[in-house]
Design a protein around this ligand. Sequence first.
Ligand code: SR1
Ligand code: MG
Length: 419
Amino acid sequence: MPGDAYEALTDESLPRRLGAVPQVAGRIGGTPETWAVREVGDGNLNLVFIVTGSAGGVVVKQALPYVRLVGESWPLALYRAFFEHHALVRQAARDPGSVPEVFHFDEAQSLIAMEYLHPHVILRYKMIAGERVEGLGDFLGTHCARMAFRGSELHMASAEKKADVALFAGNVEIPAITEALVFTDPYYAAEMNRHTEGLDPVVTALREDVALKAEVQKLFVKFATNTETMLHGDLHTGSVMSTATESRIIDPEFAQYGPMGFDIGMLTANYLMAYFSQPAHRAEDELHGYQEWLLRVVMDTFGAFDAEFRRLWANERTGMLYPARLFEDQGHSSELARDAVLAAIWQDALGFCGIEMHRRILGLAHNADFESIEDPRARAPLEARSLMMGRAVVLDRAGIGNAAALTAMARRFGKETFP
Ligand code: SR1
Ligand code: MG
């Protein structure tokens, strides 16, 4: 029924609608009346159904015309599914196998039917449960490097990249959420903010810190104006699904062109928040080992990013930026230039990392790592460490030379008590 008026799916209407789509119905198997339909969406925005039948299953994601977390009082454009679909197509091309396969996209219904990842679990829940994922940092770092490099004019033909920037520039309402909830609201007493009781002194200190606010605004300028590459735009541990040995990236509806350091920086913040939340989730005998594994993931992610970016620089530098005709063709090494590009990405990543470590504690959208700690007296001191390290990362990032220094900082802040 392409082109028909949007209707939010229900357990009853879904089989009717998707039963008529052969490439979806065939994956599920049997007749639509026999399908098992479960709505499992636990994110902030959308409906997500798992539909299973005799042959297997699919996941059906549908945008709602409002922010699910808040309700109908906050309307939100349905067109985000269009951009999510385009982002999934680009992610699959730029890093094959990294995202679920798309079987069907219905623009009028803002609906994407895609591969049912199982037994994958949202990475954030695995981290809360203390589970390890083999190869996690390698996969995510490599993915971030491929997306950063292959979506930029280091690699893409300029006309193609500019057309893509123009296309994604239409995704207005979704970046506006990040612009408000990430870069602005946490730094003043905005209406939708909330924070754990007991954190007031730390929150006040951050909001009174003019140097911090100025630095955050500098990073906001980059986010709002720099179109280096296509971003996932919301790459946190809730946007990764893993088994013990394999991971995939999901949910790129916040896709936009932006700075290369954004995704890896946001992801790192979520690793670090998992790290800081651990004392509430692990018994003493497991705590240290698991926290060290999380810091190893930080190291592996940046190690893999760096290695893959260098490999792509050597082998896939086909765009207009830093062309071989200015360097290698003249008998000149481009290594110095490459290292400066990598250093700039690292610095941006640190800045975005620090901001994400604030907004998940001060803003509207919190994360389960801390939210699942029921006792606010246990939660507040752990959140305070994240807030204070986030501040130090933003303000002192020029002096943080590498991932080892960042993880050493996490160990230090993990021992601190803040009022
Ligand atoms: C109103 S949406 C809040 C958050 O949920 C999404 O996952 C993004 O992280 C957004 O900032
Ligand atoms: Mg999401």
